[in-house]
Design a protein around this ligand. Structure first.
Ligand code: G1P
Length: 259
């Protein structure tokens, strides 16, 4: 729920998903994440108050937090058993369709947005897709790292969760965007604990790629790791500078601070 300028990160995630054509949003939440459901709920009383006081712009904004025709489903992950486990929690709501996984902490400023870029990739070759970007070699232990075959549209040869730099098969790190075949669920049911004692999505994908193609996609855009203090600050500054209403004032202010 951390805001970047004037919207929580989860709102950016939802807008990116809707841009890619998603009509069913599944939120996997933990014990302390009730604010997410509240944020996406409508508030008739607030809407009436805004209408009465003529605040039409804000009224329109809150009425479009979730557009008509989009359904929100909230699933509690009883215990924090890892990303793979969180994805598995979505199984009953996803069924047998391909689906996106979006990690809201990874904010990507892309045009078109990253999930839409991946949807276009899917049209080209189908299968599953993980978004990647080169990461500094010394940081491989913070990412899933892939080895790819450039001759076959960057099909994955290998994926390893958070390897030490000397064990990493490349410097291509997975970022928080995936388009997955529902066959991943059976893999996740059976892999057991991986790195950090958690059920790792990476390990499920490693099983999946033995049976069907998984491609790496080097997205176009700038990623901000909003799970880190510096990434969060960089995102705030970048989105502040680009903001329609306050961008110019903010730029002038920054000039007085840095020179
Ligand atoms: C998760 C995944 C990792 C991926 C990363 C992207 O790690 O396990 O493979 O590279 O997201 O942000 P986390 O950042 O949750 O530790």
């Amino acid at each position: 729920m951390l805001p970047i300028v004037d919207k929580p990160l989860i709102q950016y995630a939802v807008e990116e998903a809707i841009d890619a054509g998603v009509t069913k949003l599944i939120f996997i939440t933990g014990a302390t994440k009730r604010a997410i459901a509240d944020h996406f709920d409508s508030d008739a009383e607030l809407e009436r108050a805004l209408k009465r006081s003529g605040k039409d712009k804000i009224l329109e904004q809150i009425q479009h937090i979730v557009p008509k025709g989009v359904t929100c489903i909230y699933i509690r992950q009883g215990e924090p058993l890892g990303l793979g486990h969180a994805v598995l929690c979505a199984r009953p709501a996803v069924g047998d369709e391909p689906f996106y996984v979006h990690l809201a902490d990874d904010l990507i400023d892309g045009e078109p947005p990253c999930l839409s870029q991946m949807a276009a990739e899917y049209e080209r070759h189908g299968g599953s897709i993980v978004a990647v970007e080169p990461v500094p070699k010394e940081n491989t232990s913070s990412y899933g790292i892939v080895a790819v075959d450039p001759a076959r549209d960057n099909q994955l040869l290998e994926i390893v969760e958070k390897p030490a730099p000397e064990q990493a098969p490349s410097n291509l790190g997975v970022v928080g965007r995936y388009l997955l075949d529902s066959a991943i669920f059976d893999k996740l049911e059976n892999i057991g604990e991986g790195a950090g004692g958690e059920i790792q999505l990476t390990d499920g994908i490693a099983q999946l790629l033995k049976e069907q193609p998984v491609h790496a996609y080097a997205f176009k855009g700038e990623r901000y790791d909003c799970g880190s203090k510096i990434g969060y600050l960089k995102a705030t500054v970048a989105y502040g500078l680009n903001h329609r209403d306050i961008g110019d004032d903010f730029r002038e202010h920054l000039k007085t601070l840095v020179c």
